[in-house]
Design a binder for this molecule. Structure first.
Ligand code: 6PG
Length: 471
């Protein structure tokens, strides 16, 4: 019976949760997983929602269970699996059946798949879904990309299942082809940076101020009542205060200090370099994850040079300083992310809806925070202006930059690694220095490569009094 309004392939954690969310919002959905036993397990745990779910054991069965014109969500691992799934599914579909890739695809892949679909005259959407397991089940933030008409076809479902900021759905069409996955990629880059900034603050609390995990949790919980209110601050408090049932120790103290990554942060950095929109705080965060992986090398370094972190003197840095430093670091990281979105939008031919991006991140996603509402206001005033020049954030930076400088200074003096905070400060100082030192770079380039330079006092390209092009 072709009665389901939508189908979903891939019942991993995210796919399973998204299916339950769709069913919970009153839509009948047909589901399929390559390993059939997973479908059985999923159905066994669906409870009362099972009546809205149609389990299928083959792709043919799945296709037959969905009302025409069909819409099928793919929730399979990003990369080749998506291409394989499309290749297996497309021959079974009609021309107007829509495939929606809801995984964490590289937006270049989505651009390619969208172009292939366009050439074949079949519809395709790539949507970024953020919010982890809980978001997928109870309301993620959804960043759509592809043909607007196709988005409109399924928008009622995607908006219904998305998180709501007050009553506004956090589901928005961002632009053609890979625009949605690009916005999700930058979201993840910001996610990496926000997490790293918090981890650095934790390092200052733990190694500089000697706070135990519980006390660190108290600090994060307190910060979560102020301008730093966010999902990541909230969960940092929670993870700091969790106890390991096996040892009775704080969970944080038994977790190996080696962080993994699936690559979306790295993609953000690569793209920033491609389009010339620097994101140094995100770069520092990605680099920090990579350095964290070098556990043995770091141990050898400590044996050779001695442990880096030295405790701070009483009152040398306050919790309030650290909070303000984190506020400043966070503003810099978002300023960079939004700048990258603007720059890449221009290059890829998307008119990315900047205020809408900030709005769609206000609820449901991992980087949701109270600051994003102020960011959406700033973007509405002027979508292309760097966030640090928006009056609200200019004022916040004025208030917090001294604390960022103090925190970085004290941390550096005591061997506490704060690469993302340092990058935020370096970016801030660079972006408010009218007379930079790039005149030296230009002189060097001209000296060894006759690349020429511009002058303050004359138009055109000039050479220095050196080499064969000397003026
Ligand atoms: C989200 C998350 C989610 C996931 C990423 C990042 O928005 O829900 O970003 O997509 O956590 O895969 O994971 P890595 O840290 O492994 O890159």
């Amino acid at each position: 019976m072709s009665t389901s309004e939508i189908g979903l392939i891939g019942l991993g954690t995210m796919g399973a949760m998204l299916s339950l969310n769709i069913a919970d919002n009153g839509f009948d959905i047909a589901v399929y997983n390559r390993t059939a036993s997973k479908t059985d397990d999923f159905m066994a745990q669906a409870g009362p929602l099972a009546s809205r779910l149609t389990p299928t054991k083959t792709l043919e069965e799945l296709v037959a269970a969905i009302a025409k014109p069909r819409a099928i969500i793919l929730m399979v691992p990003a990369g080749e699996a998506v291409d394989q799934q499309i290749a297996a599914l497309r021959p079974l579909l009609d021309e107007d059946d829509l495939i929606i890739d809801a995984g964490n695809a590289n937006f270049h892949d989505t651009n390619r798949r969208a172009a292939e679909a366009r050439a074949a005259g079949v519809p395709y959407l790539g949507i970024g879904v953020s919010g982890g397991e809980e978001g997928a089940r109870f309301g993620p933030s959804i960043m759509g990309g592809g043909d607007k008409a196709q988005w409109d076809r399924v928008a009622h479902i995607l908006e219904a299942i998305s998180a709501k900021y007050e009553t506004t759905p956090c589901a928005t069409w961002m632009g053609e082809s890979g625009a949605g996955h690009f916005v999700k990629t930058v979201h993840n880059g910001i996610e990496y940076a926000d997490m790293q900034l918090i981890a650095e603050a934790y390092g200052v609390l733990r190694d500089g101020m000697g706070l135990d995990a519980n006390a660190c949790g108290d600090v994060f919980a307190q910060w979560n009542q102020g301008p730093l209110q966010s999902y990541l601050t909230e969960i940092s408090a929670k993870v700091s205060q969790a106890t390991d049932s096996k040892t009775g120790k704080p969970v944080l103290d038994i977790i190996l200090d080696r962080a993994g990554q699936k690559g979306t942060g790295r993609w953000t950095v690569i793209e920033s370099q491609q389009v010339g929109a620097p994101v140094p705080v995100i770069e520092a965060a990605v680099a920090a994850r990579n350095m964290s992986a070098a556990l043995d090398t770091r141990k050898a370094g400590e044996d050779l040079f001695g442990a880096a972190p030295q405790p701070l003197a009483e009152g040398e840095l306050t919790i309030a300083d650290l909070e303000a430093a984190l506020i400043a670091g966070k503003i810099m990281c978002y300023a960079q992310g939004f700048d990258l979105l603007n720059a890449a939008g221009g290059i890829y031919g998307w008119t990315l809806p900047m205020p809408e991006i900030a709005k769609v991140w206000r609820e449901g996603c991992i980087i949701r925070s109270s600051m994003l509402n102020d960011m959406s206001d700033a973007m509405s005033e002027d979508p292309t202006r760097n966030l640090m020049f928006a009056p609200y954030f200019t004022e916040l930076m004025r208030q917090s930059q001294t604390a960022l400088r103090k925190t970085v200074g004290v941390a550096v003096a005591h061997g506490l690694p704060v690469p993302a905070m340092s990058a935020a400060l370096g970016y801030f100082d660079t972006m408010r220095t009218a007379r930079s030192t790039a005149n030296m770079i230009q002189a060097q380039r001209d000296f060894f490569g006759a690349h020429s330079f511009e002058r303050f006092d004359a138009e055109g390209a000039h050479h220095g009094p050196w080499g064969s092009h000397a003026e």
